[in-house]
Design a protein around this ligand. Sequence first.
Ligand SMILES: C[S@@+](CC[C@H](N)C(=O)[O-])C[C@H]1O[C@@H](n2cnc3c(N)ncnc32)[C@H](O)[C@@H]1O
Length: 233
Amino acid sequence: MSEHAFTPALGRFAPTRFYDAVVAVTREKVWRALTVGHVAPRAGDVIVDVGCGTGSLALMLARTESEARIVGVDPDPEVLAIAGRKTQAVRWVVGRGDALGELLGGGTADTVVSSLVLHQCPVPVKRAVLASMAGVLRPGGRLVITDYGLQRSALMRLAFRTVQFADGKADTQPNADGVLPEMIAAAGFTDVREADVIPTVTGSISIYIARRRSGPAVSGGGDYGGRGGPRLG
Ligand SMILES: C[S@@+](CC[C@H](N)C(=O)[O-])C[C@H]1O[C@@H](n2cnc3c(N)ncnc32)[C@H](O)[C@@H]1O
């Protein structure tokens, strides 16, 4: 990773202020609408958007169900400043996805959603973030992960190289090889399935859904961040 402790929204080369324009070419409207459909916000739900970036998904969730409590978490104050200008209906929280228990309290969320985040994270961070998501969810709570997943054809693997150029091959290749479902299950989730696959000019984006297993969350943090792994709340 760069001088940041995380990869910023547009990766290593492009400034964050262009993010919303760039993400539009990924068939954003299609996968965001499908993601909101899988989250299916209900009145009173606590829904956490991990790596919320400039807040487009959290905003859509808040507009879909104004009585749901939407929390957007991201380590980058620059993207959260953009998100905060879009809406005050979401609670914006500066923090990393592997520290959700510390930030929000364990077992407090009904649904965790995350879009286009895990492909940017090193493997130990992917595991730590997923374990932290399990920790912040109540047992039976829902997980919706929308991200670049298994790239099934030569065309999609070629298209995905644009993302790999920006975010680096080491972090992105495991997603392209299809590791996410296994990692999600290992982090403490059940009923893991790939609900949708959306081909785009930057590679195919998959939507994975799962449920938090009952019983204690599984630690997947290892030694990421030198803090002995994530605290699960
Ligand atoms: C490609 S952007 C996606 C933003 C937003 N979810 C969307 O759908 O447009 C990836 C975001 O993940 C955030 N991020 C990177 N590492 C993270 C981590 N360890 N925990 C939480 N967020 C992270 C970045 O700051 C960035 O805003």
